[in-house]
Design a protein around this ligand. Structure first.
Ligand code: NAD
Length: 462
């Protein structure tokens, strides 16, 4: 694929090296919060400092005796960002790049996400820094059990409730449930974890919920006119980075809704077909070969090129910081739907906003997963199983309402900039002038208000 080259004004050896972009996810999460806080003049002084920091970060280190007899030590984290609106909620990730700051950032995004969709949870996240693809299935199961045992009473059905994330799935959640249930005999432990297999207390529709939520908010945002001359996904061209739970199911659901999936990728590379790919056939190919690459009748692309394919909708569905200052100029989508958490850096956000490229932010776009996790938790507490159609209908209402709330917040804030500026100047004169906000900042403003208000209603104890 051809990519645009940057115009050069000076010979390369005389150019000043630009400041490297800060890609620390927790720094990014904090800067997103700080930006939104400027538009909330009523925020009680000092409260923002509490709201943006995690309540707790646990680090655990534990050994596993591998199948070949060697002993390996693992480092795992669980961060509880906020319990203001309810117990912490968030996935567990297995990936070699997991760090304390990544987990902190992901936990804070969970807090804002749960507030955007208005469910009674706070934010949490966990991870173990290793590559599960390099271990046997039984060794990965041992990691899960030792990690959960090490977290001990720090997770629980009414304190902190894990779920799937990168490289963990319903099978992993079954082991988490089983380990916790072994430690708590005689009580209903099903609500300690969500994303479980359907025959073990999982909710119908949970596996597809993240992707279905992405589709619902995309449809609603297009109906609301955020992309000129495109009011539906019908006939839209779509490129998707990441072909796991979020990405592969998004490909299938967008395809069923009439979109044309022209490019997809996974960690080994990507594929492109201008006439459209059949997501079910690509999934079958990936199952057989381990990757989407080499799919018949498609052109192989590098993983980076999938982000720069000309399309209506780009869905990053893999990891953080994939759309950055250094590659954003090459992104040719009209709308970015963040199935992944943290795929776009603040510098890239600003440049996309200036170009009129809309971004449906992660804390809205991928909130379908935690929403149906909440439904699973409710079903587990009530010992019920809801019909899949009932789950999907409730999800549709939640996602439409959240998309409307974010778009309405953006429109209200941007229409009231002068009043907000005056109110802010009255409290703290001389700050950076307020400029129109994008959808991410609007989502943050909505979410921060929804966490700040109950914090004050509860009162700062003692
Ligand atoms: P997953 O492990 O099922 O899939 C991840 C996919 O990304 C895999 O196909 C992998 O090959 C691919 N990938 C990894 N590195 C890549 C790279 N450099 N380029 C292209 N592809 C790459 O994970 P998932 O659950 O689908 O999570 C993906 C993203 O969605 C994460 O950011 C996660 O936090 C977010 N998310 C997931 C859920 C959920 O319910 N699973 C909910 C909300 C958000």
């Amino acid at each position: 694929m051809a990519t645009a080259t940057k115009p050069q004004t000076r010979p390369p050896d005389q150019q000043e090296a630009p400041e490297p972009e800060d890609l620390n996810p927790f720094h990014i999460a904090q800067s997103q919060f700080d930006l939104a806080a400027r538009y909330i003049p009523e925020l009680t002084p000092g409260l923002g400092e509490f709201l943006k920091r995690p309540e707790r970060l646990l680090t655990v280190e534990f050994p596993i005796e591998l199948s070949d007899g060697t002993v390996l030590t693992f480092v795992g984290y669980r961060c509880l960002h906020s319990t203001v609106r309810g117990p912490g909620k968030g996935g567990i990730r297995y990936h070699p790049d997991v760090t304390a700051d990544e987990v902190r950032a992901l936990a804070s995004w969970m807090t804002w996400k749960c507030a955007v969709v208005d469910i009674p949870f706070g934010g949490a996240k966990g991870g173990v820094a290793f590559d599960p693809k390099k271990l046997s299935v039984s060794d990965v199961r041992k990691v899960t059990r030792r990690f959960i045992a090490a977290l001990g009473e720090n997770i629980g059905p009414h304190t902190d409730i894990p779920a799937p994330d990168v490289n963990t799935d319903a099978g992993t959640m079954a082991r988490i449930y089983d380990t916790y249930a072994m430690m708590h005999p005689g009580v209903n432990c099903l609500p300690v974890v969500t994303g479980k297999p359907v025959d073990l207390g999982g909710s119908l529709g949970r596996r597809e919920a993240t992707a279905r939520g992405c589709l619902f908010v995309t449809q609603q945002a297009l109906r609301r006119g955020i992309v000129p001359r495109r009011s539906s996904v019908q006939g839209a061209t779509v490129a998707i980075q990441g072909f796991g739970n979020a990405g592969a199911i998004a490909a299938q659901l967008f395809h069923e809704a009439g979109a044309r999936i022209i490019a997809v990728s996974d960690s080994r590379g990507g594929i492109h077909r201008a006439d459209g790919l059949d997501p079910a056939a690509v999934s079958a190919h990936k199952k057989r070969t381990g990757s989407v690459t080499g799919f018949p009748d498609a052109q192989d692309l590098s993983g980076e090129e999938v982000l720069t394919v000309e399309c209506d909708i780009l869905v990053p569905a893999a990891l953080e910081n994939v759309i950055r200052r250094d590659n954003v100029a090459q992104v040719r989508a009209r709308l970015i739907v963040e199935a992944a958490n943290g795929p776009t850096t603040p510098a890239a956000d600003r440049m996309l906003f200036e170009r009129g490229v809309q971004v449906l932010p992660d804390i809205l776009a991928n909130a379908g997963g935690v929403t149906v996790s909440y439904y699973e938790w409710v079903q587990n507490i009530e010992n019920e199983q809801w019909e899949e159609s009932a789950v999907n209908e409730k999800l549709l209402k939640k996602m439409n309402r959240a998309a409307d709330a974010v778009i309405d917040t953006q429109r209200t804030v941007n229409a009231d900039l002068a009043t907000l500026q005056a109110s802010r100047d009255a409290k703290a004169p001389g700050g950076v002038p307020l400029t129109p906000v994008d959808l991410r900042t609007a989502a943050y403003i909505l979410a921060v208000r929804r966490v700040a208000n109950p914090t004050l209603a509860r009162g700062i104890w003692p």
